[in-house]
Design a protein around this ligand. Structure first.
Ligand code: C2E
Ligand code: MG
Ligand code: MG
Length: 514
């Protein structure tokens, strides 16, 4: 049940993961594209506004330069008309007298046209009117600039009147000094301008809009704003997602299949293990444990081997985890104990100084059958206390209270307890102090580091120190060189195991060599 639930969850994750990730990435990419687009529009607005102001200032400069005594003379009116026709943005030029316009590129105005109060007057006396009336049939509002008796006008919406296919887009210009909206198409939210802070430009998502706000390079001249409704982003995301869909579906398919394949392999390996037990495909090899001072063999560790029917040798690192997950490990351990008794029972009885180590798994420790089986071997061969050792790793002690009781009981029966792969777990000294161990095996990772100048090479010293503090025997695993052996010997390590002395060998050879 647990297996199928876990399997179902993982299948769901492998199937949904890639599409969800691609959707997320599509949204990120879409947002980036849309923000860049809106920013582009804000830039266009600010440039158009800047160009319009430039043209109007140039026209006023030209009219002033004429220095005409009568600014409404026929020549001046002619010049104004030319300027108005030439200007891309500027639509009219005129003469201004107070708030009145007596003449313009449209001719003489009788009576003079009342322009109304200026909306803003700059420090150098330039007046800005946001809506100046003009006697034209379509009464489009005009924006005007006037200075030194002349005025130039442009369509009010010229800067923001951009051809766009963005439905619901908002464009606006604003006064950068007080944040007031000058001209706009669509409903511009004045709060958006506040988001600028001290920056020259800002692009962001606000409510249901993507917004870009920007200031003109000409300090204090103008600010622009562009915004588009968020539904454009949704459209963009849909478009990008669709482009990626085949790939994410493919990835999901491949991942799911790979997982299902691995899961099936696992199930079939469990079946193979069961069959292997029935067909007697498992056997033990023995790796000698050596006294570092004398180099004599004082015992062995039993290491399980599996040769399948087709002659393939499967590593314990592969099949032990599968056996543990599929609840076959107790059967395996039981077989290991049978094989060990068969191979070594008599030998141990005849050689009371020799000892044998057996590897246990987590679930073996709490199973009464394990210690019963060990005891029956001890009795059958009349073994001495300390001749059998069980090896377990720190990671196995998931239920420390129960483990402590079980291990203490084994020790009472003369079984030694050794902690395997020491240094690779996470146990603290104070925790280890409370566990009933007799010896510890320093993992070969740390022994390997002795030859190298790596930082891990110093770890081995700490591990030895810890063992001394806990008053435990030390076995160094994976000793491959004379240099490692010498190093360990000098630091008081008593036992070693490794290819320097011997690889794991069949029982017969072990016994014959002893
Ligand atoms: P372990 O208990 O730490 O066993 C030591 C491993 O290091 C063995 O690998 C051994 O062959 C290898 N080794 C020994 N000396 C050297 C050396 O000098 N250099 C190198 N590179 N390696 C060396 P093996 O036999 O493949 O076993 C791997 C692991 O499988 C064992 O690690 C143990 O955790 C597990 N295992 C083996 N037999 C059993 C068993 O009967 N029951 C259980 N539960 N686990 C077992
Ligand atoms: Mg071991
Ligand atoms: Mg080990």
């Amino acid at each position: 049940m647990r297996f199928t639930l876990v399997t179902a969850t993982i299948v769901l994750m492998t199937a949904l993961g890639p599409p969800l990730v691609s959707l997320y990435l599509a949204r990120q990419q879409g947002l980036q594209i849309e923000m860049e687009r809106v920013r582009g529009y804000a830039e266009v607005v600010v440039q158009r506004s800047d160009r319009a102001v430039e043209q109007m200032q140039e026209a006023i400069d030209l009219l002033i330069a004429e220095g005409a005594v009568d600014p409404c003379s026929a020549d001046m009116l002619q010049l104004m008309r030319q300027l108005a026709l030439r200007g891309e943005f500027m639509k009219a030029a005129g003469v201004v007298d107070g708030n009145f316009m007596p003449c313009s590129s449209l001719g003489l105005h009788e009576p003079p046209l009342n322009l109304g109060q200026p909306d803003t007057v700059t420090a150098i006396g330039t007046e800005l009117r946001l809506s100046s009336p003009m006697p034209l049939p379509n009464d489009t509002p005009y924006i005007s600039i006037s200075r030194d008796g002349f005025i130039a006008m442009a369509h009010r919406n010229q800067a923001v009147d951009i051809a766009t296919d963005i439905q619901g887009a908002v464009f606006a210009t604003f006064n950068p000094n007080n944040g007031e909206i000058r001209t706009s198409i669509g409903e511009a939210n004045p709060d958006w301008i506040d988001r600028l802070g001290d920056e020259q430009e800002a692009t962001f998502v606000d409510g249901s809009f993507i917004v870009a706000v920007m200031l003109s390079d000409q300090v204090g001249q103008t600010g622009s704003l562009a915004a588009e409704p968020l539904f454009h982003l949704d459209e963009r995301v849909r478009e990008i997602s669709l482009r990626w869909l085949p790939f994410s579906l493919l990835a999901a398919g491949v991942l799911t299949l790979a997982f299902l394949y691995a899961a099936r392999q696992q199930v079939s390996m469990a079946t193979q293990i069961r069959l292997g037990l029935r067909r007697d495909e498992f056997f033990l090899e023995y790796q000698p444990i050596v006294d570092l001072q004398t180099s004599e063999w004082v015992g062995a560790e039993a290491l399980l081997r599996w040769r399948t029917r087709d002659g393939k040798l499967v590593e314990p690192d592969i099949f032990i985890p599968v056996a543990e997950e599929s609840n076959l490990i107790n059967l395996i351990t039981s077989r290991v104990l049978e094989l060990a008794a068969q191979d070594m029972g008599g030998f141990l009885r005849d050689n009371p100084v020799m000892s044998l180590s057996i590897n246990l798994s987590a679930s073996d420790i709490l199973l009464p059958a394990t210690s019963e089986h060990l005891l029956s071997v001890i009795k059958r061969f009349n073994l001495r206390p300390g001749q059998l050792t069980v090896e377990l790793t720190e990671r196995m002690l998931v239920e420390p209270e129960k483990a402590r009781v079980a291990l203490a009981a084994m020790r009472e029966q003369g079984i030694r307890v050794s902690i395997d792969d020491f240094g690779t777990g996470y146990s603290s000294l104070s925790y280890l102090e409370t566990m009933p161990f007799d010896s510890l095996k320093i993992d070969r990772l740390f022994v390997e580091a002795i030859d190298k100048e790596a930082a891990t090479s110093r770890v081995v010293l700490h591990l030895i120190e810890m063992a001394n503090t806990l008053q435990l025997d030390v076995v160094a695993e994976g000793v491959e060189t004379e240099k490692q052996a010498a190093y360990l010997r000098e630091r008081g390590v008593r036992y070693a195991q490794g290819w320097l002395y011997s690889k794991s060998i069949p029982a017969d050879i072990f016994k014959a060599t002893c």
